[in-house]
Design a protein around this ligand. Structure first.
Ligand code: ZN
Length: 183
């Protein structure tokens, strides 16, 4: 009997701990039919598709392009740039972000549209930024104190929109975790 009640207590403790610790994380995103994109979104998509031609990807044959809409209305784009020493290659998102902050310093980024293409054509499924780029975009969001909308193709007829890079990188590490420095 004593043994039985001990088991019961352990079971209860286990259940209590579990119910205390289990949390849920919800990510909200939008699906927009391509034909219903606003003019500014359509333009951002067209710029990303055009930027695929700037890709230098002889090793992977996987083209990635990214267009960026700035708060001043300017659109900047970039594409992946590969190097024979593979890890040195640059992602399209990084190229575009660097271009945006170099050409329009201090201007906030509102949105990014990322498209990919292989030998069969534009990939009409959700191809999201790699982990490194998610971290990069979070850095820009932290810098400007405003979220950046991320547009990707979802399938043959829809676009998926995330409201923030943090939705793609939950519990992100950012400058808030570092000690304050005197600049
Ligand atoms: Zn990347």
């Amino acid at each position: 009997m004593a043994h039985h009640s001990r088991q019961l207590i352990l079971l209860l403790l286990f259940k209590l701990q579990n119910s205390n610790m289990e949390k849920e994380f919800t990510i909200r995103y939008k699906l927009i039919q391509e034909q219903h994109l606003a003019a500014v979104e359509q333009n951002l998509y067209d710029e990303a598709v055009a930027a695929l031609e700037k890709s230098y990807s002889p090793y992977s044959n996987f083209k990635v392009a990214c267009s960026i809409l700035l708060e001043n209305g300017a659109v900047v784009s970039g594409a992946n740039q590969e190097v024979a020493s593979y890890p040195v290659s640059l992602c399209a998102e990084g190229v575009a972000l660097s271009a945006a902050s170099s050409l329009h310093p201090g201007k906030g980024i509102q949105a990014m549209f990322i498209v990919t293409k292989n030998s069969t054509g534009i990939i009409r499924e959700t191809v999201a930024p790699c982990g490194v780029c998610r971290q990069r975009i979070v850095e820009y969001e932290t810098r400007q104190g405003k979220s950046i909308s991320i547009y990707l193709l979802a399938n043959t007829s829809n676009v998926v929109v995330f409201n923030s890079a943090k939705d793609l990188l939950p519990f992100a590490f950012d400058s808030h975790h570092l000690p304050i420095k005197n600049v």
